[in-house]
Design a protein around this ligand. Structure first.
Ligand code: B4P
Length: 191
């Protein structure tokens, strides 16, 4: 299996690049944001619990996310690998993912971190608000999402750096150029 994590602040292009990576490397795209939004749409019990938190830009509790991830992996055991998009977002989630991988006798091969400054992500998310109308893409929530990222998610950079798996990529520029850089980085891990 080829197992990749895509990492970065909200609006850094994780979802955008993941869709392309999944196609190019034939890996299964698991986006926890997409899964949660689908649950909200279906008005499931999980969706109901997640909705208020997502609209405030807060993280959904670790135990719920770990369950979601577990069942997504179970359903796709035959995949040639995974691209994890939006997961892990806390150290607890990262440790749970390491445990899950161990159970499968697998490992995370590489963590691609997209570097994008705050002003650029705010601009992108406000632009997306005009197009898609996502409830969490408003000024106040975006500010909170960035704070949550810095406090709870950014510490994962050191976690994966210590494991020697971190690859930082400049996430500013055209989507095609960023994808080119991502592909050449990932290809190093295949040979
Ligand atoms: P996500 O869906 O993961 O939202 P996100 O961080 O904003 O990233 P997304 O993938 O959507 O955006 P992208 O950067 O691709 O999470 C939403 C919420 O769900 C979280 O706040 C949290 O509440 C909850 N959640 C999800 N996972 C969780 C977890 N593991 N634990 C707890 N809670 C969790 O793109 C942004 C925009 O930029 C797009 O419009 C795109 O078109 C544009 N763009 C992309 N690349 C560009 C480029 N190079 N130049 C210009 N624009 C670009």
């Amino acid at each position: 299996m080829f197992n990749i994590i895509i990492f970065g602040p909200p609006g850094s292009g994780k979802g955008t690049q993941s869709a392309r990576i999944a196609e190019k490397f034939n890996v299964k795209h698991i986006s926890t944001g997409d899964i949660l939004r689908a649950e909200v749409k279906q008005k499931s019990e999980l969706g109901r619990q997640a909705q208020t938190l997502m609209e405030k830009g807060e993280l959904v509790p670790d135990d719920l996310l770990i369950k979601i991830l577990h069942s997504s992996i179970e359903k796709n055991k035959d995949a040639a690998g995974f691209i994890f998009d939006g997961f892990p977002r806390t150290i607890v989630q990262a440790e749970a993912l390491d445990d899950l991988m161990k159970e499968l006798e697998e490992t995370i091969d590489v963590v691609v971190s997209l570097d994008v400054p705050d002003n650029e992500v705010v601009d992108r998310l406000l632009k997306r608000a005009e197009i898609e109308g996502r409830k969490d893409d408003n000024k106040e929530t975006i500010r909170n999402r960035l704070n949550v990222y810095k406090e709870q998610t950014a510490p994962l950079l050191a976690y994966y750096m210590k494991q020697g798996k971190l690859e930082s990529i400049n996430g500013v520029g055209s989507i095609d150029k960023i994808f080119e850089d991502v592909v050449s980085t990932l290809e190093k891990y295949l040979s």
